[in-house]
Design a protein. Sequence first.
Length: 315
Amino acid sequence: MPRTSLATQPQYTETRLRPRSSEPPQKEVVSKLEPITMEKVLEGIRDLPALPSVMVKVLRVTSNGENVSPREVAAIIAQDPNFSARMLRMANSAYYGLPRSVSTLSDAVLMLGNCSIRNVAMLAASSDTLNQKVVGYELRPGELWRHSIMCATASQLLAEHSLYNDREVAFVGGLLHDVGKIVLGSYVAERLPIIQAYCLKYGSSFVEAERAVMGFDHAEVGGRIAAQWNLPSPLVNAITYHHNPIQNGSINPFIALIYLGNRLCFSTPSEVLDSLADEGNAQCMEALRLTPQHISNVLQQLGEQMDKVPLLTME
């Protein structure tokens, strides 16, 4: 089968919803809506599957620079037999390209390394949550999952070329950056005419309109979910600010990495390269010491990696 380029793959966009009309939202539509608060939205977190406790343990012991042996990591994962089985199926997928199939967790950790096994664990833990249909954002089952893997892969590849060289943490940040959409989607669906009208009136992006209409956006909600899951604070911050990498006049390199990784997923390679002169993109690239050539290389590698995603299955 010929390789599929990024330009021909289905495009997931942050502004996927197209305004249906230039007319402002009707007053009766606004008046019928129940006021929304962050507290009310966060009640929806209870409906999300919690990350397996062994996943949180693996993430912490492999993120803190602890001298943990592959045998110890495998022992942590083995505390949850069902999760262990899911991880083995994931590790044996073509996405990871192991030279031979593995039948034990110890073999998987030895062949992939502690940091890569963390990414396998996170994929296994988040697949059910990210694979579902997301109302409000018009995402069919599997579309958010694919975009999340694409952003994770792009962020990891960018990290390899940048000053921020923790490629495995970059993968996790990219994978979970849009998890807030799962919880916020139903509220977005109810307010869609208002959000669309705001986009038309002010020429804003969808996420800007989302924030203006509701008082917060999916990124902030995602950060709260990450905190609820007890993820490390750098990941919580990266998810929270992945649309706003400049905070208090400075750029956090990790957040900039997830921001750029997300940007690479929205357009064709030529459109991505044309957008590098945009102020936000240019500042993030400078902070990470990335060049247009780096971006070109990442885009090529990203296309090759994404060809393997259909084979990344939990079945």
